[in-house]
Design a protein around this ligand. Structure first.
Ligand code: PSU
Ligand code: MN
Length: 304
């Protein structure tokens, strides 16, 4: 395509031969989890996808080159880089121009996956409408990419650091299908419960694949969200996590944190408050999402 998009030969071959591929984001590596857990996570997530018979494609930027798929040792070197920018859509062109190192958010990862021709993307949680957005206007760019870019994102719902009700409303306005995986309730990332109904439900990877297939046949633009609850044994009690989130939000306000720094700040505060329990849940749900994305990508390859 052009020299700033470097698709790994392993990934390109899989795309060309209709083998299942799963894209992975990198903000979760650089700004979502502490070192060295982030490296362990990034490697294990790729291993799970391979175990399920799909090809992982971790997406990130090194020296202004967008990489789609990396070698195992590149995960170590990337995680140890300093000055890794958090890249959303608005930042991409500038980062290429300045030859930056960067980690892609859900927004940027969706755009790049689409450029490469990848249909499935696994992550932890999507961004959304932040609480008090009516005052701050803080609505994640992730929602706009979900509205416009044809990639299926498997996540554990969205964290209740966000306003989940407003996030669902926003996605409805933008015409984004939100499918609960084997659940009628929108999962809230660290916990399986949110108190919000999920608008649609699927029970198998085949049903996910078929919905994507039909969406494409109907030429409906935009993405899809698969909301896959954290496994029961790793789910944090809703009352406990809600309290930790409240505390983190209060602290963020005292410290005057906003813009793109807010989500990483909250994640790290919540980890401290819960004494690491949130990180354990975060790891478990990412692995769970990688597995479901790989299974769905496989089912989709069979339909195509
Ligand atoms: N949720 C997590 N961990 C993360 C993120 C979300 O549990 O690392 C990242 C994702 O990359 C997501 C981004 O796209 O945060 C959203 O940031 P913002 O709220 O600034 O749009
Ligand atoms: Mn924001």
């Amino acid at each position: 395509m052009h020299k700033y998009l470097d698709i790994h030969p392993r990934v390109q071959k899989a795309i060309d031969t209709n083998q299942p591929v799963v894209a992975l984001e990198s903000t979760i590596i650089s700004h979502g989890m502490p070192y060295p857990k982030n490296v362990e996570m990034a490697k294990k997530v790729e291993a799970i996808i391979e175990e399920e018979g799909a090809v992982p494609a971790t997406i990130l930027m090194m020296d202004g080159i967008i990489k789609v798929g990396i070698d195992k040792d590149e995960i170590d070197s990337f995680a140890q880089l300093s000055n890794v920018q958090k890249l959303s859509k608005r930042d991409l062109a500038f980062a290429v121009s300045q030859q930056q190192n960067g980690a892609t958010t859900v927004s940027a990862t969706m755009l790049i996956a689409k450029m490469a021709g990848i249909a499935f993307f696994a992550t932890g949680g999507i961004g959304g409408v932040h609480r008090r957005a009516e005052k701050t206007f803080d609505i994640s760019r992730d929602l706009e990419e979900l509205a416009n870019v044809d990639v299926c994102v498997v996540c554990a719902g969205a964290k209740s650091i966000l306003d989940l009700g407003l996030t669902l409303e926003y996605l409805e306005t933008k015409g984004v299908p939100v499918l609960g995986y084997q659940t009628d309730e929108l999962p809230a990332f660290f916990t399986r419960k949110s108190g919000f109904k999920v608008p649609l439900r699927v029970n198998s990877p085949e049903a996910i694949a078929d919905t994507l297939h039909k969406k494409r046949l109907l030429e409906l633009q935009g993405g899809m969200v698969i909301a896959n609850p954290v496994p029961q044994e790793s789910s944090i009690d809703k009352a406990i996590i809600d309290k930790a989130i409240e505390e983190a939000l209060e602290q963020a306000e005292i410290d005057g944190i906003n813009g793109k720094a807010l989500t990483p700040y909250l994640l790290s505060k919540i980890e401290t408050i819960t004494q690491g329990a949130s990180l354990k849940a975060n790891l478990a749900l990412v692995y769970n999402n990688a597995r479901l994305a790989a299974k769905s990508a496989r089912a989709y390859s069979k339909i195509k």
